[in-house]
Every structure is written in C-alpha cells, then in structure tokens.
Design a protein around this ligand. Structure first.
Ligand code: AKG
Ligand code: FE2
Length: 424
C-alpha cells in the first residue's frame, strides 16, 4: 500500500472498485498522525527543512524493494497520477518518489560542481526572415549551429506560429490533466495500441525512483490516432499543434543540415519528419521538491525535439559540472538535439542531458514535447559519410533503428547510455 497517508489510500483510492474521485480525498492525515499506524515506511522529513544525505539514507534504509514494487504497482493501478496524489491532500511524497542522495545533492544550485560561466545562457534565436534573404539565413544557420555544438539546446522566436496557437495548446493540455480523475483515467494505459495514452512516469517499472509528473502521450505521425480516441478537451488544439510543429520541424531540419554543411534535405529524406510522437507533461505542485525530480536527467533519442513550455520553469540543461536553466521566454519554443543527430553528425552536434526540477510552485508546469523519429526503422544509421574523414574517423558504428529504439524503451530514462552504446 502507498505510504505517507496510509489511511487515505487504503480507504478509498487504491483498493476501491468504484471510480476514483478526487473529492473523496479531502481529509488527508498529517504526517504526524500516521504515528498511530506502522511508521516503518513513513517518510519523516519535515516540510521546508532540507534533508541531509544521512537523513535520506536512514529513512530509506528500511524501505524494502518488495514494498517499493507493491507501492509502485498500486499507484499505477490507481490511475490517479501524481496530480491525483496531490489532490488527495498529501503533504509528504510516497517513498518510491524519493531519489537517491547522489541525485538529490546534484539538485542544489550548481550541484556542488563548478559554476556555469556567465555566458552559459541557452540562446534565443530569432527566425524572422529565414526564407527571405541568403544573408539572413546564413546568420540564423550560424547561430543554430553554434548553439547545437555548444549546448544542444536553443529557443526560437518569430517562428511563424501565432502566439494564440501556443497558448491554446498549453491550455488544452492543462485542461486534459485537470479533468476529474474518473474521466482522465479512461486513457490511463502503458500500451500505445490506440496511439493515445495517459500515464505517470513512462519508465515507472524500470526506474529506481519515480518522478513527479504525469504525461499524455500520442503518436502523431505517420498518422494521428482516430479522432474519437483523442480526448475531446485537447483534440482540436493537438490537430493544430501537430501541423504547426511539423512545419517548424521541417525548417529546423534544413537549418541543422546547413549548419553541418550537408544537403539541407538530408534529414527529411531519412524520413525524420514522418514519425513524430508527443509527450505532453504536467508537473503539479510537489510538497517536497528537494526529495524528487520532475524528470530525471536524460537525453532524447530522436533527431530533434520541439518543446513548448508554459511560464513556470524548471527545465535545466547540463553545462560542465553544473546546470543551466532554460528560462521560459514568452512566445518562444525550445529546441533540442537528440541522440541520433549527435550520432549522424559524428559528434559535431551534442545531444545534451537535461532534466526538470520537481515543481515547488502552486501553479502547475505544462510542457509539450514533440519528438522527430525516422519512419523507415529498418534503415541503417551511423555518422554521415560527409562528416567522416581520416582526421575525424567515425565515432559510432552503424546500427538499425529498430535495435536502437528497443534499447531506449527497455531501459530507464537516463543520461548518455544510448550514444555510448554505439560509440566505437
Ligand atoms: O518538460 C520538459 O521541459 C522536458 C521534457 C523532456 O525532456 C522530455 O519529454 O523528454
Ligand atoms: Fe527530454
């Protein structure tokens, strides 16, 4: 059974056969009241008091693997997500969300590592005029290429997508995640058979600790799911966003190719525009943001990611030993390079590690990531021959995308293990 508010979960959420409603969770127990029930698996960190490594270790020591698996399964079976947990009134997080001390100590500003340089700011690139003049395009390509070599991340403004569309998309995803649990849980599943799934933590059963976010996943390309499979609250907005983000993806792929000095149509020819997936995340308020994360440090597997975020913040990119914020810029869209482009570019571009801090603010953070993957999965991938020379031999061996993506989905979301696996 889930921990901190034992009574809460045993009485209504996890063992009930009737639909779960958030309104049944209005009288949470305070952590201290759990002293009347066994406290072996109860977290005792006090709110706003930063836990030391020793406290985390001591508290988690008795949290056995079998308890953890049971709690994780019970949480998944409840279909309430972390939004449902927080709506139930909890004031401490269940122990399976608590990350190990090494992760937690790295959450502190600069993680104890060296401070990022003052010019380590993720650039915002103005795309106005990208199709208008050769000089303007050259300047944009230089900025894009510079950002991809240094950070693997940048933001774009004047991308041609109306601001109303951005706002509408964020509002629609927020609307989905804020539906009553009994409505939203109809989409709760881990398989993507229908092309749509709502779930908490895509790697819940692979990872050592869960993260404080829920996600609506959807296949976008080569075709969208049947319309009646898409939640009505976000259906029209997602049809619209799919079109706009695909067009932006196409422009970006050209710029990325030009920045590498290869044919601008090369990524499109490799069908990277045609198999897109969406992960629309919701990071609700977390009562103990020092003990968990929103999304663990990882790299994205695809060629590039187009990410729309609201103004709450929390996304960070690895920079040296430290982390740099990707500060929300009104009207901007975040772009990052994925592992396969690092490989194709023979390490010219970097697929950088990034993470999202658990959200300590009352306002929920919303982000919508679109991943661009190849449709032709049986093709062989490796560094572009144009970028391989005697001075710079291929840094990766050739592999099939099917093997690559299988590897991605059977491991937990983590750092650079995918690129490292194919590295020669
Ligand atoms: O929520 C975010 O800003 C990042 C999400 C992300 O990194 C991902 O879905 O891969
Ligand atoms: Fe990511």
């Amino acid at each position: 059974m889930l921990t901190t508010n034992k009574g809460l979960f045993t009485t209504c959420t996890l063992n009930c056969s009737r639909p779960i409603t958030t309104t049944t969770h209005t009288t949470p127990r305070s952590p201290s009241s759990s002293s009347s029930s066994p406290s072996r698996r109860t977290l005792t960190f006090r709110r706003n008091k930063k836990p030391t490594t020793a406290t985390v270790r001591a508290t988690m020591k008795n949290y056995q693997e079998q308890d953890r698996l049971k709690d994780v399964k019970e949480f998944d079976d409840s279909k309430i997500g972390v939004k449902g947990l927080i709506d139930s009134g909890i004031t401490t997080i269940p122990p399976f969300f608590v990350h190990p001390p090494e992760t937690l100590s790295d959450l502190k500003p600069n993680g104890g590592g060296t401070r990022p340089e003052s010019d380590d700011i993720i650039p915002t690139i103005d795309l106005a005029g990208v199709r208008d003049s050769a000089d303007r395009r050259k300047s944009i390509v230089e900025q894009v290429s510079g950002a991809c070599r240094k950070f693997g991340f940048f933001q774009v403004v004047n991308h041609g997508i109306p601001l109303g569309v951005l706002d509408n998309t964020v509002a629609a995803i927020k609307g989905f995640h804020e539906l009553p649990v009994e409505v939203k849980s109809r989409w709760y599943r881990r398989e993507m058979g229908t092309g749509v799934s709502f779930l908490s933590n895509v790697d819940l059963f692979q990872s050592k600790a869960a993260s404080w976010r829920d996600t609506l996943q959807m296949t976008l390309g080569p075709k969208m799911p049947e319309m009646d499979q898409i939640p009505e609250v976000c259906r029209d907005a997602l049809v619209d966003w799919n079109q706009h983000s695909k067009e932006l993806g196409e422009v970006l792929m050209e710029l990325l190719c030009e920045g590498l000095g290869v044919n601008p149509g090369k990524l499109k020819e490799l069908t990277f525009l045609d198999a897109r997936t969406m992960a629309a995340h919701y990071y609700p308020y977390c009562p103990q943001p020092d003990l968990t994360v929103g999304i663990k440090s990882h790299t994205d597997p695809g060629v590039l990611t187009v990410l729309l975020q609201n103004q709450v913040g929390g996304l960070q990119v690895k920079c040296g030993d430290g982390w740099v914020d990707v500060k929300p810029v009104p009207g901007a869209i975040v772009i990052n390079i994925g592992d396969i482009l690092q490989i194709l570019s023979n390490d010219e571009y970097v697929s950088n590690e990034h993470r999202v801090l658990a959200n300590g603010s009352q306002e929920a953070r919303v982000s919508i990531a679109i991943f661009f993957n190849p449709l032709k999965r049986d093709s062989s991938f490796g560094p572009f021959p144009e970028l391989v020379s005697p001075e710079k031999p291929a840094r990766y061996r050739q592999f099939e995308y099917t093997d690559y993506i299988k590897r991605f989905f059977t491991k937990e979301l983590d750092g650079k293990s995918l690129t490292n696996f194919y590295r020669v």
